[in-house]
Design a protein around this ligand. Structure first.
Ligand SMILES: C[S@@+](CC[C@H](N)C(=O)[O-])C[C@H]1O[C@@H](n2cnc3c(N)ncnc32)[C@H](O)[C@@H]1O
Length: 283
């Protein structure tokens, strides 16, 4: 969706920013058109940022944006996160915003992200919590549009409930100092969102049943009307998770400080991750 290109590091990656140092090597998985990635590239002035996406056209868009922004440390490659073409222990930070929702093999993807992370490196994941979608004023048809979108993602092998798994997923992959937090995205322009959702759910492959196609058309037209004439607003909670790759010297099973601190990653929970990254002395 085109509005994704307006996502920025300070809105969609704010939880990650306190962990960054200028010389880091960062991998952004499922980078899309690179709007967040290039922001991260601009921040890591002495480091390197690589964005990977399975879509070649997204990578082209991202490269163009990187050139426009004059970045010389940001690179984009067409790769599948489930089979990353990097050596083990390459990156200080591996990030994925709204990625795992669209990946068929979630555990395989996380295993790859952890594999390419250096020991003590940081994994940072962020995905929407669709159960908390706030549609105001309430509209059955608008909610239905999102349900149709969810069904389509599921039919393509994705899972829009993945954010609820973060709390178990990261420890299951051996990460420590896991922090889970939440942020709220209030969509600034519901009309544009409605138009983007309409394009997404009214694709020609939306289904062969003409009644269903008509009802999807009606629901998305109602979404547009609701946005235009009822000044409707949409707010969506996102789940944000960070975890540190177990440092080589930490034995499996050894307790680490701060596992499962709930709060705001990058604020309440940053201490453990920062210790992992060597930013503060072990305490
Ligand atoms: C919802 S978009 C998010 C893009 C970007 N991270 C953002 O937040 O704006 C999901 C992106 O993940 C990419 N993607 C989905 N499955 C992937 C996979 N297996 N490997 C790499 N990229 C993938 C899609 O092509 C798409 O660009």
């Amino acid at each position: 969706m085109r509005f994704q290109q307006e996502r920025r590091a300070d809105t969609h990656g704010a939880f990650l920013l306190p962990h960054l140092r200028p010389s880091m090597r960062l991998l952004d998985c499922g980078c899309g058109g690179g709007s967040i990635t290039t922001d991260l590239g601009a921040l890591l002035t002495a480091g390197i940022v690589i964005g990977v996406d399975k879509s070649a056209s997204q990578c082209r868009t991202a490269r163009k944006l990187s050139r426009l922004r004059g970045l010389t440390n940001s690179f984009f490659e067409c790769q599948d996160v489930q089979r990353l073409e990097f050596s083990d222990a390459t990156f200080d930070v591996v990030f994925g915003n709204a990625l795992l929702d669209h990946v068929g093999d979630i555990d395989g993807a996380v295993a790859e992200m952890v594999r390419v992370l250096k020991p003590s490196g940081l994994l940072a994941l962020r995905s929407p919590d669709w159960t908390g979608l706030d549609i105001s004023p309430p509209s059955r048809e608008v909610r239905r549009c999102f349900e149709i979108y969810k069904q389509q993602v599921r039919a393509n092998g994705g899972d829009l409930n993945v954010s609820s798994r973060f709390v178990t997923l990261l420890p299951a992959h051996g990460l420590v100092d896991v922090c889970i937090g939440q942020s709220l995205e209030r969509h600034p322009d519901s009309r544009r969102l409605a138009a983007a959702v309409k394009v997404a759910i009214c694709r020609p492959d939306a289904g062969s049943n003409p009644d269903r196609r008509d009802s999807i058309q009606r629901a998305s037209s109602e979404f547009l009307r609701w946005a235009e004439f009822e000044a409707g607003t949409i707010a969506e909670p996102w789940v944000e998770a960070t975890g540190v790759k177990r440092p080589a010297q930490m034995a499996t099973g050894e307790a680490s400080a701060g596992v499962f601190e709930f709060g705001v990653p990058g604020k309440d929970c940053a201490q453990g991750a920062r210790r992992g990254l060597g930013l503060v002395a072990p305490g």
